[in-house]
Design a protein around this ligand. Sequence first.
Ligand SMILES: Nc1ncnc2c1ncn2[C@@H]1O[C@H](COP(=O)(O)OP(=O)(O)O)[C@@H](O)[C@H]1O
Ligand SMILES: [Mg+2]
Length: 443
Amino acid sequence: MATSPLHMLTTLAPAPDGFTRVHLSKRHLLSGPVVVLVPDLATLGAVVPDYAARMQGIALTLGPSMQLAQISPVLWHVQLDITQVAVAAALAPGWLAAIAIADLATQKLFAVDTKAERTERQLQLTRHDYNDLTKRLLAQVHDLTAAKNALGELNQHLESRVKERTADLAQANTSLSKTLDDLRTTQIELVRTAQLAGLGSLVAGIAHELNTPIGTALTAATALAHEAHTIQTQFASGQLGRKALDQFLQNSTDISDLLERNLTRAAERIGHFKQVAVDGGSEERHRFQLADVVSGTLSFLAPKLQGTPYHLTMELDHRIEMDSYPGAISQVLSDFVGNALLHAFAGRDTGAMRLRTALRDEATLELTFSDDGKGIAADQLPHIFEPFYTTKFGQGGSGLGLYIVYTQVRDLLGGRVEVSSLEGQGTHFCVTVPLVAPRQRLR
Ligand SMILES: Nc1ncnc2c1ncn2[C@@H]1O[C@H](COP(=O)(O)OP(=O)(O)O)[C@@H](O)[C@H]1O
Ligand SMILES: [Mg+2]
């Protein structure tokens, strides 16, 4: 069986990883127990004469079946088939000095593994593993440190961000509440301005109302003075006849009547004016007859209605006496009438308003005001008492009228105001207030 030794090596492959091929001296081979793989025992004898007397271990040969024979007390011959050889090589125990291959052609021995090498290799592997492990551990430690640092930084960053944000928020809060304060002040000022504007138109109404009677009275007084002067001249010159005296007496009586009538009317108007409180926004509290305040207010509103196709009917309970704020009631009425003219009847040929005062119970007044104008759309109705809500922006609306009505009724008069309206079918306001207003302003 002329198997080449190279062939032998190939048949050993695949041997366990890492087997090396080194030259092995005979001395080396004989220095300890070995496993030698040889084509046959004769070849072994050619390479190592007297091997049977000198070698320890196992001489392996290949054959179809496994056989075992003792060559000397320390040397065995084992015949294996090729797969068994591979297994044997793989399992070669550590105490063997080497697994050797005898090369017949060169008459040299090759060790495919030596004990020292194996140990060295294992050491190397272990060292390598150890280094690797150390490296990995170091890398992990490094990663961990980096992560920890990053986390610390992030934490610090977050902390300062949170601090910054908190400061920002606090500042925003302060400026918001300041803005809110400003808004409130502005709103109060606007409401006051609107009240003053209302007062302005009230004063204009009063001036108009007083103009006629006082003007007439003035003319009459001038005429009377003229008559008196004439009669005095005639008397001084002794020319005063009976007829002239009669005429003068008649004229002066007529003029006096005229004077009286007009001055009375003026005085009445002034009385009304006092009734509705000189300053429209005044919080002066009085005992008063409601009917007086209502008629007083309406007499000032009359010029607004004059020359329009709109009219107002009243149904007043003349017994109602109140201890309250006539200025506020007057203001409410003016706003209702003003709104009817501005909103309800705008562009209409006719319009009727109806005002009614009655006792709801012995301590409560119910004042209702309705018009048969265009009404208020359902989506607008919830907003009409809001400050600055107007559908006539830039056309005479400020959106404060009903807001003032609402606050005066609620805060000063201690009552409430309700509205009901259907688009196209007019609007109905109902104010209920106690006859005796609360002692203190509610807000
Ligand atoms: N009698 C009414 N008929 C129809 N709409 C009305 C009437 N009264 C008030 N309104 C509506 O309510 C809104 C708010 O009224 P108001 O507060 O007095 O503000 P302004 O009269 O300045 O518009 C008005 O713009 C109008 O749309
Ligand atoms: Mg208004």
